[in-house]
Design a protein around this ligand. Sequence first.
Ligand SMILES: [Fe+2]
Length: 235
Amino acid sequence: MTSPLLQLIEENRWEDFQPLMDRLQAWAFWPLFLEKLRSLNREALFDSRVHGPGHIERTMLHGAFCAMEDALDETDTALLLECCAYHDVGRISDSMDYLHGSRSALRLGALTARTGEALKMMMAAVDAHSRPDEELEETLRGYHPADWQRCLRLAHLLKDADGLDRVRIWDLDVAFLRRQASREREDFAEYLFGRYQRLVQMPLEPPFPPELTARLAAKQAKRNALRHRTPRYNG
Ligand SMILES: [Fe+2]
């Protein structure tokens, strides 16, 4: 099956983001990322315009950036990329659903052939990704990971990678991202989504009822206005 993201990577024309992508392609684990993208089990993915293969490919690329910026080792880079790949396989609809992460987690063993601690950490991170932030630590503790910091980092980076692709539903608020380096990739996330959608000939608007799309657009416009606001000084 074809991969639009691989096509974009092969074209290697990233305009303003060329330096960013050049840095990623010079990263020690770039070949590992390519291998994970090529071996992605597309049959297993949820079939949807919102949480389907496009979202998964982009989340994997954001995950690669997260792994590089956090200086993850090879093992944890692979675990993070696999979490990105299969975090939404438990979805049954595009609606708000706090439990799809726990359903996805149950399929990770079969999909990745991971066992033991590695599987435990991945399941914890994937389960936590769809729950409110206040429940993140409690969810992770439920899996009793041997290395708490490693597990927490995996969960945070999965949330950032997944969160960056909220640009597709006009609902990215970088204040919710956990790493400054992730916040700085907001413009890249928008660019990547735009390039991807043009390539697969899909619209940039989310496939939601018009009233919800209008609400999201208004929210996004307000955020953009704040983002580009010039500081005002008294006196
Ligand atoms: Fe997702």
